[in-house]
Design a protein around this ligand. Structure first.
Ligand code: ATP
Ligand code: MG
Length: 332
């Protein structure tokens, strides 16, 4: 059933249906404003309670990378030179005393976080202190999304598919985080010929001068980067079809690593990632290249993921987008 090309009619139907779905997924101004409000509210609360520590609250994750929907939660990074706050439990106390609900403090995690629900704005929020790597990789994703107009609709639709098929729960489901999926989407787009996206870490001459003393690790000069993908004429439908073909049928999982940093696939052996556990799917974190983002999936869930990718390929090949994104029901 894996026909290797879409017919003209199917391509047209698929692209049209994708546009429609994309319009429904786009966040509304009302929810965007509420998120902004929450951030300002938190910032005020922290600085009133602990003055003199220059506490700033930044949004990251999907709220900062142009890939959120109205139902996405808000990821927040608190920056301060007051290192004591990194233990985060003080924050949980303060927020619980100030009307936040479902306050959970996960202080033992590698990056300690506090989870809250703001009942007034009806927004869920995860926060960490001083995990600035996440701010930079969010800025990288946002840069990739802005380079070519096809990236945002394609990525939002694939994220929607991962939620419906329950393959985006790294913590509890043993599958992959949204961040891992996004890296896979970017690497797929870097691998088209001609490519839709460049490898930003390989283009050091396109960095903008910065106000802070820290230098960007990746090219971020959007004015020079926009239009990079223009030679590639693939439509949204063709790219979605190509994505599921790439990861459902063509990718050599036994030997290769998804590497956004290099803009191609590199060898598992070279990275010594052929040894060890949970290494069927290897996705290199672009900033911390020793980290395999795919290791949240064990052998069994990798097989499940791969099956879902092939199922999606079959349905997209027949231009059945609705069915492709149908809610997964666990067997009784
Ligand atoms: P969603 O809309 O599903 O919440 P998201 O874009 O917020 O998607 P998450 O997987 O929730 O993606 O991750 C939020 C952010 O946390 C990412 O944008 C990234 O900055 C950071 N992040 C997540 N996982 C990792 C990781 N393993 N290593 C480094 N940074 C990560
Ligand atoms: Mg998030």
């Amino acid at each position: 059933s894996s026909s290797s090309k879409l017919s003209e009619d199917e391509e047209r139907k698929l692209s049209t249906d994708m546009r429609e779905l994309y319009d429904r997924l786009l966040p509304t101004a009302d929810v965007e404003n509420k998120k902004e409000k929450l951030v300002r509210k938190l910032e005020k609360l922290f600085n009133d309670e602990w003055p003199g520590h220059d506490i700033q609250v930044h949004m990251f994750g999907s709220t900062g990378n142009l890939l959120c929907t109205d139902t996405s939660d808000v990821d927040v990074c608190i920056t301060t030179d007051w290192r004591k706050l990194e233990a985060v439990c003080k924050i949980a106390d303060l927020l619980a005393r100030n009307g936040m609900k479902e306050v959970i403090c996960v202080s033992t995690a590698k990056v300690p976080i506090v989870k809250i629900l703001d009942p007034e704005l009806n927004i869920a929020c995860d926060m960490n202190v001083n995990n600035t790597l996440a701010l930079e990789n969010t800025r990288m994703i946002k840069t990739y999304v802005q380079i070519d107009p096809r990236v945002r609709p394609l990525a939002m639709i694939i994220k929607h598919w991962t939620r419906r098929r329950i393959v985006n729960d790294a913590a509890f489901g043993g599958t992959l985080s949204s961040y891992t999926w996004i890296c896979m989407i970017i690497n797929f787009l870097q691998s088209r010929s001609p490519p839709v996206l460049p490898a930003l870490h390989q283009r050091p001459h396109l960095k903008l001068p910065r106000k802070d003393e820290r230098e960007s690790e990746f090219a971020d000069d959007l004015d020079a980067l926009r239009g990079f993908g223009d030679k590639n004429k693939e439509t949204l439908g063709e790219l979605l079809f190509g994505f599921f073909k790439f990861y459902g049928h063509d990718f050599d999982y036994d030997n290769l690593v998804v590497s956004v940093r290099s803009g191609k696939q590199i060898s598992k052996v070279e990275k010594k990632w052929h040894l060890g556990n949970n290494n069927m799917l290897c996705v290199e974190e672009p900033f911390n290249t020793t980290r395999n983002l795919g290791n949240t999936a064990d052998e069994t869930s990798f097989r499940g993921l791969h099956m879902e990718l092939r199922r999606a390929f079959d349905l997209v090949s027949a231009a059945k987008l609705d069915e492709c994104c149908e809610q997964y029901e666990f067997p009784k």
